[in-house]
Design a protein around this ligand. Structure first.
Ligand code: ZN
Length: 214
């Protein structure tokens, strides 16, 4: 899942306004932000296997630290703890923890059974919507549209940048998503790691939008 997680991040602002949109993006996408790093370090593993699902050619063979249920619970607690230590705001910390957790549960719908429950345990889950283009597009599209709508309703632009930076990001995310769906499979796992790490730029983009909206 890609834009669905950013939809969840957008929606975060509706529930608690004190954190920046960039922070909500970071939380909602956290385990996909650390996954490319673990992949490049060789700690987690994936393979490119055309046809493994209809939507993605990626076979997530080993990613217990970023994408197990136990792992994501630990990450959610750590994320909230660090935020709380810095900002002393417990309500926002809880919203951020829930956003980190939301990633795993949204992934649960689209992934084939490759999401571990616990590192080292063999049980893996996933409802496999990635086997249907239509189902993936509908679920992810709805979450994204709903998230953007909630964000738009809960914030006001301070200037022109606040409008255009938001429109720009929406167009960029949708374009990335479509090119992922219809484009050729990635050339290598290294390339996935590099592109994956570039997602930090979207987090920065979130901070930039937030600075220009209230
Ligand atoms: Zn993920």
């Amino acid at each position: 899942m890609f834009i669905g997680h950013f939809g969840a991040g957008f929606a975060g602002k509706k529930f608690e306004k004190s954190a920046s949109l960039g922070t909500y993006f970071m939380a909602a996408q956290w385990i996909d932000l650390i996954w490319p790093i673990l992949l490049m370090l060789g700690i987690e593993k994936a393979e490119i296997k055309s046809g493994v699902t209809t939507v993605t050619p990626l076979d997530f063979t080993y990613y217990p630290f970023s994408h197990s249920l136990f792992g994501v619970i630990v990450w959610a607690m750590l994320f909230a703890m660090v935020y709380f230590i810095i900002k002393k705001n417990s309500k926002t910390a809880i919203v951020l923890a829930l956003l980190v957790l939301s990633h795993w549960f949204l992934d649960l719908f689209v992934h084939i059974p490759d999401l571990p429950i616990f590192p080292g345990a063999s049980i893996k889950v996933g409802f496999g919507l990635w086997n249907s283009f239509a189902a993936t597009l509908i679920l992810e599209g709805l979450i994204f549209v709903a998230g953007v709508f909630l964000y738009y309703k809960s914030t006001k632009t301070k200037n022109k940048i606040g409008t255009y930076s938001l429109i720009g990001l929406i167009v960029f995310l949708v374009a990335m998503y479509i090119s992922n769906l219809v484009g050729p499979p990635p050339p290598s796992i290294e390339m996935i790691g590099i592109v994956g790490n570039a997602q930090w730029l979207i987090v920065l983009w979130g901070y930039w939008i937030d600075k220009n909206r209230e």
